[in-house]
Design a protein around this ligand. Structure first.
Ligand SMILES: NC(=O)c1ccc[n+]([C@@H]2O[C@H](COP(=O)([O-])OP(=O)(O)OC[C@H]3O[C@@H](n4cnc5c(N)ncnc54)[C@H](OP(=O)(O)O)[C@@H]3O)[C@@H](O)[C@H]2O)c1
Length: 324
């Protein structure tokens, strides 16, 4: 089978496309013929050795897969050959075939195509867990989303509206902000041109945002935190800008606010039943036409380095998908 391999840490251009033997099937696992794999920012980190997980070489990046079951290992009861499945595997997805533990796989909803299914789990799963479980976002509250047109950011805009919040989307270009508006944002801020703290204060009559969703980090974090409302919740989601900000601790004291970490992958492992419940709720919203994953572009497997470079160059709105 063809596989994208990372043999040493480096930029996307250091990845290679190779023919490798199929893995043997294992007890409790299913073999999936991959039809689509979603790209996420963590894929750009894991190949550079900058992610919290460092797999042994050689490995394939790629976490969000959707495909067809071609073999079932001993003990698997919930899948049979020919079923369509989606899985979150951490890494190992940028290849034609994956052997995955059945317990991390879900049946693919019949009305979701493979690309849509491979774009869904990490982004919506992260934002729903962040806003519902960690931020306790309530109807009528104001939600500020940074990096709002990105993979996770756009789903936070969409889910925030669905949960009844007033949503302020912040991003770096007018084009990105136009997409956020189309996904329901009430107000937009271009943080390359405007001061986010001052604009949020203006847009909230001086009260600030109740919940702030931050997948960006860098210089915007402290400015945004200074615009949080009394007893607000600041959701630490990621550091796409590269720098992990250091926060003066007088700010949470003065605001009576909470700085709350969000780690969806760990949540999915440690609290599997709650994550399953969230996933089912998200699927229902999708079935009812209330969520619309935005696919920016699709690429073939051999163009994986170009696709990852697009993410690193900050060019992507929504999601990029590999189609096989
Ligand atoms: N905590 C969790 O459980 C969890 C789960 C998934 C992802 N994440 C993290 O969330 C972050 C975003 O992931 P994603 O998949 O949504 O990424 P993405 O689609 O690339 O979006 C990231 C956004 O960050 C902004 N950005 C600012 N500086 C950037 C830079 N130097 N390079 C790239 N983007 C930059 C961009 O928006 P503007 O151009 O508008 O600023 C971009 O749209 C990552 O740090 C990722 O590791 C965390």
């Amino acid at each position: 089978m063809k596989a994208i391999l990372c043999k040493q840490f480096g930029p996307p251009s250091s990845l290679t496309l190779e023919d490798i033997p199929s893995e043997p099937i294992k007890k409790g696992h299913i073999r999936i013929q991959v039809r689509a794999c979603g790209l996420n920012f963590p894929d750009t980190l894991i190949i550079q050795g900058k992610y919290q997980f460092k797999p042994d070489f050689p490995f394939s990046p790629g976490s969000d897969i959707a495909g067809v079951v071609t073999e079932v290992g001993d003990g698997v009861k919930n899948f049979k050959v020919g079923d369509e499945a989606v899985a979150m595997i951490g890494w190992g997805g940028f290849r034609e075939e994956v052997v995955a533990a059945a317990k991390v796989c879900f049946p693919k909803p019949p009305n979701m195509d493979f690309s849509m299914a491979a774009s869904f789990m990490m982004t919506y799963g992260t934002s729903y867990h962040a806003l519902k479980d960690r931020g306790r976002l309530k109807e009528g509250e104001t939600l500020l989303v940074l990096g709002a047109s990105g993979g996770v950011g756009l789903t936070a805009v969409e889910l925030g509206k669905k949960m009844g919040a007033k949503v302020i989307a912040a991003a770096s270009t007018a084009e990105k902000l136009a997409l956020c508006k189309a996904y329901g944002a009430d107000e937009v801020i271009n943080y390359t041109e405007e001061n986010i703290k001052e604009r949020v204060k203006e847009l909230t009559e001086g009260n600030g945002a109740n919940v702030i969703y931050d997948p960006v980090g860098g210089v915007q974090t402290e400015l945004a935190l200074r615009a949080i409302a009394w007893k607000g919740r600041y959701l630490v989601v990621g550091f796409a800008a590269g720098d992990i900000p250091k926060i003066p601790l007088n700010l949470p004291l003065l605001k009576g606010c909470q700085i709350v970490g969000v780690f969806w992958g760990a949540f999915a492992q440690k609290e599997a039943a709650k994550n399953m419940q969230n996933t089912m709720e998200l699927m229902q919203y999708f079935f009812r036409g209330e969520l619309k994953p935005h696919i920016h572009a699709t690429y073939p497997l051999e163009k994986t380095p170009e696709a990852l470079q697009e993410i690193m160059d900050r060019k992507v709105k929504g999601k990029i998908i590999l189609e096989l």
